[in-house]
Design a protein around this ligand. Sequence first.
Ligand SMILES: Cc1cc2nc3c(=O)[nH]c(=O)nc-3n(C[C@H](O)[C@H](O)[C@H](O)COP(=O)(O)OP(=O)(O)OC[C@H]3O[C@@H](n4cnc5c(N)ncnc54)[C@H](O)[C@@H]3O)c2cc1C
Length: 345
Amino acid sequence: MASMEILENISLKQHSTMGLGGSARFACTVTSRGELAEALIWAKDHQQATLMIGTGSNIIWRDEGFDGLLIINAILGYELLEQDPGNFYLRTGAGENWDNVVARTVADGLSGIEALSLIPGTVGATPIQNVGAYGQDVSQTITTIEAYDTVLNEYVIIRGFDCGFSYRTSRFNGVEQGRFYITAVTYNLRRANPEAPYYPAVQKYFDEHSVQNVTPAILREAVIAIRTAKLPDSKIVHNSGSFFGNPIITQQLFKDIQLLYPDVPHWMVEDSVKLPAAWLIEQAGFKDVHDAETGMGTWSNQALVLVNESATTTAQLLAFKLKITDAVTGKFGIELQQEPELLPR
Ligand SMILES: Cc1cc2nc3c(=O)[nH]c(=O)nc-3n(C[C@H](O)[C@H](O)[C@H](O)COP(=O)(O)OP(=O)(O)OC[C@H]3O[C@@H](n4cnc5c(N)ncnc54)[C@H](O)[C@@H]3O)c2cc1C
């Protein structure tokens, strides 16, 4: 059996859709559990730290780079099992391209992940931040995760309800960040049509296109149309999707803001109020900005997306981020939190 190749001094720019960052001292691509075992033994023998990634669509690499072995997960696999009539379990390799998997399930008439169409990245990364969009997130369908536990040094099966899923969080990007190397994920899908109520932007699309009978394929089509109009294609424009989470603030602070901005968009979240970060960024003067000093900008159709126009270092990106967060804090007293991970930690 051919052994996987360990490469040396690899630019991390090609492993982040933002296109920034230093170098990894070593890197390898693993396509099976056997190759992952080989990589881990090699790292131990050479006393190197390890870090597993997919395609880098949620990673901002530090300019200092990563002094260790970067393990790129390319483990494939797609097995569909009908448990009861209409009730399916889909086990997928962690290195599968997420949108290809969504497309295949939709072609099979299955519902459960179709609103997550066109999200870049791999299957194995979806549990990390509980990937979500347009009314679905993966916590609703993940039943089990197969992962190599780097603390116990053995494979474990983690059940969906033990993943600590919440809005864009899980145990995998919380206290146990970096502990589990995910090799496969199983989703529970149904042969059924997605039911109303639909996410407002999706409902608007259905109304505008006179859609009556919503199938998984039609929901996927709507999400693709909405996303394509709003977001840049990360294969063409360097970006990491939403750069900030939507902040949740106290009712008192919300009332203060509403006095000055009666039309401020918001949603109630239990006793608190959630505001769209994009609105705050626009109000702070960063709508469709092209910052010559840092080579960074905000995407014309969505201010929440920071784009790398000509920046060459992560320091430039962080300087631009600071301009935005300082302006938002100065105007509204709200601290925006970065969504893509700054690595290494
Ligand atoms: C244009 C654009 C739009 C986006 N839209 C959305 C959206 O709508 N909703 C949303 O939730 N996200 C969105 N994202 C963010 C991103 O696509 C997701 O977070 C995606 O799941 C990341 O996949 P990846 O394979 O690129 O992971 P990476 O960026 O490579 O890794 C992300 C994190 O997961 C860890 N990781 C990756 N694979 C594994 C594994 N197999 N085992 C253990 N740890 C692993 C990494 O160490 C890192 O901490 C968007 C990004 C872009 C660029």
